[in-house]
Write a new protein. Structure first.
Ligand code: HEM
Ligand code: HEM
Length: 185
């Protein structure tokens, strides 16, 4: 059987859905924490709803990834480039699951009685074993906010690598993660 050269439709759909959601959540998160922003309560509820969506999709994606081998990287990549790609991808999986968990832990620890209702319909419980504590809330908030900012750097790096593959190396690495693009010979 010929070696697989593209990511599957499921992997591509999950990659881009989660990427758009995470980029949106970072922009949203940074805007809604500005005290001058109107309708902050609504924005917080939307941020939490889309964040939990990322958690569910990412768990599914991780399981999918463990059950399916991705196409191999092109030959000729330097050792450090392969290592950097692997590190970035693993870091993304940690962030895709870790960031929503930290956000959920933050609101669970908050002594303020603000319920989480996903899209104003599905009541979402707090994590039961996390005690209410302002100190804990601050710690989770610190981690959630700073890892969120680090994620921007990782996305820039990842985007830059994809563009280098496409425009400098002229290989199939970008194309195989893009739904409509044709593979190069
Ligand atoms: C991948 C998913 C997520 C990303 C990328 C993300 C990103 C962010 C960012 C960048 C901020 C702004 C931090 C700051 O200005 O210091 C933020 C704030 C916040 N996030 Fe998330 N978030 C995610 C998921 C969640 C989830 C699932 C929840 C809760 C269920 C949540 C709750 C919050 C809250 C309450 C704040 C405001 C914290 C504050 O008042 O300083 N987030 N988020
Ligand atoms: C928050 C945003 C993003 C996240 C979390 C993310 C995450 C990931 C992960 C985890 C992989 C590895 C797939 C696997 O083997 O399991 C991957 C691959 C890929 N991503 Fe992203 N990505 C994001 C944004 C982007 C953007 C903006 C681009 C645009 C250029 C992009 C282009 C690619 C490409 C071309 C691959 C395939 C790399 C390869 O075949 O080795 N990603 N991404």
């Amino acid at each position: 059987m010929a070696a697989q050269t593209r990511y599957s439709k499921t992997a591509i759909a999950l990659h881009w859905t989660i990427a758009v959601l995470i980029i949106g959540l970072i922009i949203f998160g940074l805007l809604m924490t500005n005290p001058n922003m109107p309708n902050r309560f609504v924005l917080y509820q939307l941020h939490k709803s889309f964040g939990i969506m990322v958690l569910i999709l990412s768990i599914f994606r991780l399981i999918w990834r463990l059950l399916h081998t991705p196409p191999p990287l092109p030959e000729g990549m330097k050792k450090w480039e392969v290592a950097a790609a692997k590190f970035t991808h693993i870091a993304f999986y940690v962030i895709m699951i870790g960031m929503p968990l930290l956000g959920w832990a933050m609101v669970s620890a908050s002594p303020l009685p603000i319920p989480t209702e996903l899209f104003w319909t599905i009541p979402w419980p707090d994590i039961p074993f996390i005690p209410e504590s302002e100190e804990l809330e601050d710690t989770f908030q610190f981690l959630h906010g700073n890892i969120g900012k680090l994620t921007i750097g990782l996305i820039v790096l990842h985007f830059g690598a994809a563009m280098k593959h496409h425009f400098v190396n002229k290989d199939n690495v970008f194309v195989r993660m893009f739904p409509w693009a044709r593979e190069r010979d």
